[in-house]
Design a protein around this ligand. Structure first.
Ligand code: AMP
Length: 206
């Protein structure tokens, strides 16, 4: 059993398509997609944890690190206990965490970062329209309001981009996130599959 979860991190500004790519990749045998945003949105809104999430996310802010890490670690343990994650055989696709330098430092003992996928889209107006359509479709309160979206982007630039610096350039692949999901997926797969094969072999064998 590896001492840390072997993973790929997906980075990119809110709206760039991390969730879409993470889910697509997670449907391939040998990969498991875990998104902290989904984890938080799955909390009971009437619970104390759900209330804390809503308080921060409705302003476009990050939830406090300690709270986030506690929830994420609990979720990872549950996935293993319920047989939904096998760290020996599956590459973890982490989407939305670590999202601050403090989280990256705190997670050094939890994760072995094999690769970083940085999804890049320069045109903010394209992202804005995408997010507003998603807000209507999924009823996401944090994407309905343009001011909250713009705040999410500045939080990303201020708090999350330094995480890329934390890990350095070596393991990082920049991916053009503009284009059809299938086109972006082609780029994602061509980056990740060689790393997956090197570290996990053929997940369908054995
Ligand atoms: P997302 O779906 O990844 O855009 O996340 C939605 C919201 O969940 C964010 O705006 C934050 O409020 C919260 N969130 C998700 N992941 C984290 C994290 N790693 N640290 C702190 N807050 C997070």
């Amino acid at each position: 059993m590896p001492d840390r979860y072997r993973c790929v991190l997906i980075f990119g500004a809110p709206g760039v398509g991390k969730g879409t790519q993470g889910k697509l990749l997670g449907s391939v045998p040998g990969f498991l997609h875990v998104a902290t945003g989904d984890l938080f949105r799955g909390l009971d809104v009437a619970s104390e944890e759900g209330r804390v999430f809503r308080e921060y996310s409705s302003r476009g802010e990050l939830v406090p690190d300690e709270f986030t890490l506690r929830l994420w670690r609990r979720h990872m343990r549950a996935l293993i206990e319920h047989g939904r994650y096998n760290p020996v055989r599956q590459m973890l696709i982490l989407d939305g965490i670590p999202r601050s330098a403090a989280q990256a430092q705190a997670m050094a003992g939890d994760i072995d970062v094999l690769q970083i996928l940085h999804l890049v889209a320069v045109d903010e107006e394209v992202l804005l329209r995408r997010m507003q359509r998603r807000a209507e479709r999924e009823g996401r309160h944090d994407d309905a309001d343009e001011r909250v979206i713009r705040n999410r982007w500045s939080v990303y630039n201020l708090e999350t981009l330094p995480v890329l610096e934390h890990y350095g350039r070596d393991r990082r692949v920049e991916i053009d996130a503009v284009g059809s999901p299938g086109r972006v997926l082609l780029h994602v797969l061509s980056a990740v599959v060689p790393v997956h094969e090197r570290c996990f072999g053929n997940a369908l064998e054995g």
